[in-house]
Design a protein around this ligand. Sequence first.
Ligand code: F6P
Length: 506
Amino acid sequence: MWNDNDWQALAQHAQRCGSRILLDIIDSEPGRAQDMSMKLGPLYFNYARQHYDAEAISDLLVRLENSGIQQQTRALFDGEKLNKSENRAVLHSALRSNLSDAPAAQEAHSHALEVLGRIEQVIERFRKAGVTDVISVGIGGSDLGPRLALNALADFSSDEFRVHFLSSADGFYLERYMAALDPSKTAVLLVSKSFNTQETLINGEALKAWLNDPSRVYAITANSAKAQAFDVLPDNVLSIWDWVGGRFSVWSAVALPTILGIGMANFREFLCGAADMDAHFLNTPVQDNIVAWQALTSIWNRNALGFANQAIIPYDERLEMLPDHLQQVLMESLGKSVRMDGSDCEHATSPVLMGASGNPSQHSFFQYLQQGIGIVPIDFIGVVKSSHCQAQNHHFILANLLAQAQSLANGQGSDDPQKRYPGNRPSTVILIDELTPYALGMLLAFYEHSVFVQSKIWGINAFDQWGVELGKQIATTLMPYVEKSRTDTESLDAVTQELLQRMLAG
Ligand code: F6P
């Protein structure tokens, strides 16, 4: 965790840099466009349009190193119980890389390999049973990562199985799937680490009855007993473990829907990309560590410049779901106001992460990004080589990415205040050579590790999520009122009583 000296230094750098226009800083540092960039495998990162000077970022990198981040990273990879409030190790890295000799990490890695083997058997069973469609039922981390990966890697999909995702407990998609699909050719995956998530269980109950064949109901869970109590056959349970957080589980059997689409060989490439980012993060000195740069840039924008929001804008429709996935990775991890030791955070933590695919967004919320009162730092993500043959379309997309990043930073004056572009708006550009499974794996692991580093700077636990529990509990107590099996509403608060009355009158 950073100490008072670190935070004071950050404030001093902020005072100096904040009093200067971003464009002036860039112009005064020749070579900055190259110096503040890094190429790592298929990924290229450019931080030159962040609103810090070289002195600030250099000092912050040293401070990060001195704060012991490398030892903390080692502890993460070794499987120390860093998730203190749940007394759990955090070993999603062991699902994709084998970079630690520690027994916990070794054991986790061998479990991961074993389950990959089992997944291949399950796919074979689907083939033999003539399965054409698979419904993956899960929510949060049991949905977003696999869904993102399948969308992003659609070009790698064999179309052998049609994969459908069911997340919300809203019955709309449930009913659509049941009407459109043939139960005799469909398999259902119940993806839930806890096997306690009501949305998944409600949808699961309905689909189990509709399918009427336990041989095609599968569970991917860390709670095998609960899955079996739900009538899932023991041989149809694929394990995940308590050391894999839901939002970090796309590297596990949770990604079975993705694997059904892209095949095991491509999934292994995805794991390899993440493994190489793991190795870079673990073994590279802080000054040259891309994860450290990313994390410090986020800290800078949040704590030095006070920006409350952050945007992820991919200029590629295949990455349309990236902001949704990263919203959970970032905000469920860093949306905390209490530190690991129970004391209150003294510095602002997670920004609100927003985002959507870039080109359509230009015609909706980019007005705000360009001229709104609040400044929103952006990660622009572009893919250099397109997967389609429409060269003009692709060139247009790339030109627009460049144009947005440039105009946000440089702005443009005008005699007419309405037509003035203030500029001074920071962004990072990440370019991907080509959107392959390997590159996607690297990119997702990069963001995951950046979240870890930020949490260490703030001294918070990135791996629990107690804030989601209260709403779930209250929903359980309110359910009987909505179902009208309970009518003693006097004990409810006045606003809930009124709203309930309105609902039940409808
Ligand atoms: O309610 C939040 C949460 O626990 C997330 O952290 C998790 O990804 C999601 O729900 C789904 O949980 P599970 O996989 O246990 O069903």
